[in-house]
Ligand binder design. Structure first.
Ligand code: SF4
Length: 377
């Protein structure tokens, strides 16, 4: 049987290209990319609608990352889509259905698609403010292309109205596929961010009837009393974007962020968040591929000991980021590293927290697939 974890790792590190006929219905029948925050493709594609993600035969969700030079390409054959590696046919792939709400408008007349986008198969994504102050001082994280993506595509509203967010959640949930929300914002003051998040969560709860909203909130690093305040908004789990575990790598790769939140502060607040949200309901995000495997696995071990989960995104050296033109480690490295990380998480018995995040939520992490191999999620 095909090693789908390794195949996914290859697809997100080498990118993919598609025969034009295979993407003809992307944006109508199938879900297209909408660039709600970052761009993950190896090259921009303003004139071309491309899939956001797709599935492999075992249900693995894979993020679509355009690379015109990739050996992986999709061609339509016999009414199906087939993935090839150079001349060799590998397996069937399926683009994901385009949600019906993508063509609907809010009561204020705005396009719902410009407010919230479906990530993966079942996670509704909102960026409540596409802004990061680190760019103005050239202190942005070296892998980040937030500003460039927003300038190149300009495809979403930069600020979201809480009532409209609630309307989008209601419309998306009514279709039956959505199971989680994922909320994030730029770097704004923690006080203001708590106010914004409270208004948004009140609106979501009002529009859906949820007491506790299944999903994740990724604010600017939550600290001290803010953690309890975020909990009181009614979101199910809290995320911390540490990005890189090793202190020195972190300071070099994320200068602006490290100046505001140290490695030790992250750890201290993740610990506190687990006390407030409960084991398994706190996530730590890493960009995997920027530091040696041993450093990353030491981070997975330390975070697991705290009772928190890890989401390691596969680094894409995307256009607009300082590291554009570099390349990520090879697929074998990612598959092996994630399998070792999954074993660490399993040994620590960290609750999977699938009410808030699951392997269908995004095609960018391999760890939830490696955990699925072990029967953990
Ligand atoms: S904190 Fe870093 S990753 Fe987040 S938006 Fe700013 S530069 Fe990008």
């Amino acid at each position: 049987m095909e090693d789908y974890l390794l195949l996914k790792a290859a697809l997100v590190t080498e990118g993919i290209r598609s025969d034009p006929a295979s993407v003809a219905e992307v944006g109508t029948r199938y879900k297209e990319q909408n660039h709600g925050l970052f761009g993950w493709d190896f090259e921009n594609h303003t004139e071309q609608k491309l899939p956001d993600d797709f599935t492999l035969p075992d249900g693995t969700v894979v993020q679509y990352r355009k690379n015109s030079r990739s050996p992986y390409h999709v061609v339509p054959e016999d009414g199906r889509l087939h993935l090839h590696h150079n001349e060799q046919r590998i397996c069937e792939v399926k683009w994901l259905r385009r949600p019906r709400y993508y063509t609907e408008k809010t009561t204020k007349g705005n396009d719902m698609i410009k407010i919230g986008q479906l990530g993966g198969q079942d996670c509704l994504f909102f960026c409540y403010q596409n802004y990061c102050s680190h760019f103005a001082k050239k202190q942005q994280c070296a892998f980040c292309n937030l500003v460039s993506t927003s300038d190149v595509y300009n495809s979403v509203m930069r600020r979201k109205d809480p009532v409209e967010v609630g309307e989008v959640v209601k419309a998306a949930w009514a279709e039956g596929d959505t199971n989680h929300v994922n909320l994030t914002g730029g770097c704004i003051s923690l006080k203001r961010e708590i106010e914004i998040v409270s208004e948004i969560l009140s609106s979501i709860r009002e529009h859906t009837g949820f007491d506790s909203v299944p999903g994740t909130l990724l604010p600017s690093p939550a600290k001290g009393e803010a953690i309890q305040k975020f909990y009181e908004t009614g979101i199910g789990s809290l995320c911390f974007a540490m990005e890189v575990w090793d202190k020195k790598y972190y300071e070099a790769i994320c200068p602006g962020k490290a100046a505001g939140t140290s490695h030790d502060e992250f750890v201290e607040n993740i610990k506190k968040a687990v006390e407030v949200f409960g084991e398994g309901n706190v996530y730590t995000i890493f960009v995997l591929g920027l530091e040696p495997k041993e450093n990353f696995l030491a981070g997975v071990n330390a975070i697991s000991e705290l009772g928190a989960n890890v989401i390691p995104f596969v680094w894409s050296p995307n256009p607009g980021s300082k590291l554009y033109g570099h390349r990520a480690p090879f697929a074998e490295w990612y598959a092996q590293t994630n399998r070792e990380a999954a074993e660490i998480v399993r040994e620590h018995k960290v609750p999977a927290g699938t009410r808030n995040h699951c392997y269908l939520c995004d095609g960018n992490s391999l760890l939830h697939d490696a955990l699925r191999e072990k029967g953990v999620v």
